[in-house]
Design a protein around this ligand. Structure first.
Ligand code: PLP
Length: 399
């Protein structure tokens, strides 16, 4: 039997979409582990916990009842209502269920937001460093991710001043205004938040320029402030993305959501219908049980565990020689300045993986802003393993 092979000619946009390096690194770490090496994973942003008992029970019930058909594109009503109540009770934000769209993770939410808002050639402001996929969501719709270099002075976050400085560019005599901004608070890879007053200022600034604001609140539940605040408390014209992956520890369930302005629901519904049909039916039915008091108590107790890990690591990492230019106040990341230890974070990450079996991500995954100087450590790992990782790094650096 003969096979006909032909080479595919890819769309130009594929050249603007780089590999998600952390996933490659995880592959290498897992390969070492498969060879029997005792790898400690501090690379991937994936909680080491799983869904609590009520969610597993609800999943079992949904499976038994055969609730596996397509759901409405916007998601099942009980889940949309539960998320609406969650905003009211936790964040003092009045978000009607009709504005909530259930998606396959924040990834689908961010893709849908880009599909809805970004025209070819549109410039979208974001920070450098930032979550690597952000620039690729924009590139997937032929937009231009304009990643603004940020540092310790703004805790690696966006500010209203930066919006002023970068909104309008004059290129070859023509004026180019940005179309919008993609913000994340708390952020990946730094774990830092935008102070709420500054966030409001940014949103007002962008509103005044008729631009769009997408605010990724995926780590809002994992915020170490006493009372984390959602931008939805004060603004109903922003697009907010969130997910069951982080605070709810359900990464592989592929479930998240979008909150959009009431008058945008129809556009997002059409896009969702066509691009995804709906998010996983079983995951949606099970996720309703995330909002029971029992599940919420479990999630809240795990936030305290993440905070305990952060508090343990902060002095230990400094003692090892890492600098922490902006101490994290959320998520489960440290963005470490390793210039005192190495002039190349990729080399250091490779050596730590191969020699100490400790896996961390070099700054190269997060942008072009001095990537060789920084590394991201994810503490979504048991505290005893973190202690062992610190001990191994101590031995590695003193060898
Ligand atoms: C800032 C940020 N946004 C979005 C995502 C995507 O999350 P998911 O698609 O699992 O909900 C991640 C995952 O790490 C993230 O860190």
């Amino acid at each position: 039997m003969s096979t006909i092979s032909s080479s595919l000619v890819f769309a130009n946009r594929t050249q603007n979409i780089a590999a998600f390096e952390v996933m490659e690194l995880v592959k290498r770490a897992s390969a070492l582990q498969a060879q029997g090496k005792p790898v400690i994973h501090m690379s991937i942003g994936e909680p080491d916990f799983t869904a609590p008992e009520p969610v597993l029970k609800a999943l079992h019930e949904a499976t038994t009842k055969g609730l596996t058909q397509y759901t409405p594109a916007l998601g099942i009503t009980p889940l949309r209502q539960a998320i609406s109540r969650y905003y009211g009770e936790r964040f003092n934000a009045d978000v009607a269920p009709s504005r909530i769209i259930i998606t396959a993770g924040a990834s689908a939410a961010l893709s849908l937001a880009s599909a809805a808002l970004v025209n070819p050639g549109d410039r979208v402001l974001m920070t450098d460093p930032s979550y690597p996929c952000n620039r690729h969501f924009v590139a997937a719709f032929d937009g231009i991710a304009d990643a603004i270099k940020v540092g310790a002075e703004s805790r690696f976050q966006m500010t209203s001043n930066l919006i002023d400085q970068h909104w309008t560019k004059t290129e070859n005599g023509s004026v180019n205004h940005a179309r919008g901004a993609l913000l994340a608070t708390p952020a990946n890879p730094t774990g830092t938040s935008i102070p709420f007053a500054e966030l409001q200022k940014i949103i007002e600034n962008i509103r005044g320029r008729n631009g769009f604001s997408i605010v990724d609140e995926i780590y809002l539940g994992l915020s170490y402030h006493e009372k984390p605040r959602s931008i939805l408390e004060v603004a109903s014209d922003v697009v907010v993305t969130n997910s069951f992956s982080k605070f709810f520890h359900m990464t592989g369930w592929r479930l998240g959501w979008l909150v959009v302005p009431e008058n945008a629901v129809n556009v997002f519904e059409r896009l969702t219908q066509n691009l995804y049909i709906c998010a996983s039916a079983l995951a949606q039915h099970a996720a309703v049980a995330c909002f029971t008091p029992e599940s919420m108590a479990t999630f809240d107790s795990r936030v305290l565990l993440f905070k305990e890990r952060r508090d343990y690591l902060l002095p230990e990492l400094k003692k090892l020689g890492f600098e922490i230019p902006a101490e994290p106040d959320g998520a489960f990341y440290f963005y470490l300045d390793c210039q005192k230890l190495s002039d190349n974070s990729t080399d250091l990450a490779n050596k730590l993986l191969n020699e100490a079996y400790v896996s961390m991500v070099p700054g190269t995954d997060f942008g072009m802003n001095e990537p060789n100087r920084y590394m991201r450590l994810s503490y979504a790992t048991d505290i005893n393993l973190l202690k062992e990782a610190v001990a191994r790094m101590r031995r590695f650096f003193s060898a």
